[in-house]
Design a protein around this ligand. Structure first.
Ligand code: RP5
Length: 163
């Protein structure tokens, strides 16, 4: 079996600028990932078969980004029992349409929904890392070190302000 990885799906390549912080964060934490542009509506069969295949190949967590009627995360969650994290993309209505259509899943098919846009993308990657850390002590340490480095950066910015 291949190394555990994260699969990042997005409904359109137009979502990429808002998804990039997820890719950067996974790279920083040395977590392997795949990126796939596929849509719940435009390419439903490709979405389904990709999820089934990625699941079999050792995908640990799916991260799904979509805008407007954002059904991608829900469609993915319907096809796997691996954790699914949804990033609502701001493509219209300030992303509120995407937020509601990602988060409002019926009972039994969860999607862990993060904030709209870039902050959500970053947190989706951290959340995936924290999930994978449960079975990977080296990754758990990298996540802890990263959290400490972020706290130090805040303190340094504060110190610069006080000087
Ligand atoms: C959604 O429709 C995509 O995730 C994207 O956010 C939105 C618009 O897609 P494009 O028309 O830019 O391809 O499915």
């Amino acid at each position: 079996m291949s190394k555990p990885f994260v699969a990042i799906l997005m409904g359109s390549d137009s979502d990429l600028p808002q998804v990039e912080p997820a890719l950067d964060t996974l790279s920083k934490l040395k977590i392997p990932y795949e990126v796939k542009v596929t849509s719940a509506h435009r390419t439903p069969e490709i979405t389904h078969s990709y999820v089934k295949d990625a699941d079999k190949r050792g995908c640990s967590v799916f991260i799904c980004a979509a805008g407007m009627a954002a059904h991608l995360a829900g469609a993915v969650a319907a096809a796997t029992t691996k954790p699914v994290i949804g990033i609502p993309i701001n493509a219209s209505m300030n992303g509120l349409d995407s937020l509601l259509s990602t988060v409002q899943m019926p009972g039994g098919i969860p999607v862990a929904t993060v904030a709209i846009g870039k902050a959500g993308a970053k947190n989706a990657a951290y959340l995936a890392a924290q999930m994978m850390s449960l079975a990977d002590s080296e990754l758990a340490q990298r996540v802890k070190d990263d959290r400490a480095a972020n706290a130090k950066a805040v303190q340094e910015k504060d110190a610069a302000l006080q000087a």
